[in-house]
Design a protein around this ligand. Structure first.
Ligand code: GAR
Length: 196
């Protein structure tokens, strides 16, 4: 049996954070046991804080506005994450651009609500909905120093036809809740440490 520890970083609503905790925390999948050992947010007002607390996973809050540069903020993140000896860091709506200080020393994966490489960056759901591209979807990828870039781990797509904006958003989130836990398990099966 192998026990893998993960950290979840988030910035806002935290619905992916809660979905991952519900589906993976202290659960076993064949020979793989998963433990969420750290939750962390950059936003002291993130709704996800209350969600994590329901599972006794009180988040560490690292308010990015208190740091002069992205590098100083990232240094602090790396310092905290290293203390927990996690196997993987999961970015679940963590809306910070990360510098090489983070990306070169931490193994992390990210979820993005589009079929990458389309619609990188902010407001991806809205931009994907408004575009003339008929297919939309969700991507989970390894994190590198570019925004919403890095090797794809899992993608899932659907046809936009006939969906209004509300139904489109619901579909995106349903897919996120389905593929993110699967991608985490997939990566953990061949991961030994966050150290790159
Ligand atoms: C999710 O839709 C996620 O894909 C997106 O933020 C949302 C967070 O929702 N992430 C990005 O756009 C990353 N570039 P949540 O806080 O309810 O999980």
């Amino acid at each position: 049996m192998s026990l893998k520890k993960i950290a979840i970083l988030f910035s806002g609503e935290g619905s992916n954070l809660e979905n991952i905790i519900k589906k993976l925390h202290q659960k076993t999948f064949k020979n793989l046991s998963i433990e969420v050992v750290l939750t962390l947010t950059n936003n002291p007002n993130a709704k996800g804080i209350q969600r994590a607390k329901k599972y006794a996973l009180d988040p560490v809050i690292v308010d990015h506005t208190l740091y002069k540069t992205r590098e100083e903020f990232d240094k602090e993140l790396v310092k905290i994450i290293k203390r927990y000896h996690v196997d993987l860091v999961v970015l679940a709506g963590f809306m910070r651009i990360l510098t090489p200080i983070f990306t070169k020393s931490i193994k992390a994966i990210n979820i993005h609500p589009s079929l990458l490489p389309n619609f990188k960056g902010a407001n991806a759901i809205q931009r994907s909905f408004n575009s003339s591209i008929k297919q939309a979807g969700v991507s989970v990828h390894f994190v590198n120093e570019k925004v919403d870039d890095g090797e794809i781990i899992l993608q899932s797509s659907f046809d936009k036809d006939g969906l209004d904006y509300q139904a489109f958003c619901t579909k995106i989130h349903q897919i996120e809740y389905d593929i993110f836990p699967k991608a985490i398990i997939k990566v953990l099966k061949d991961t030994s440490n966050t150290d790159k």
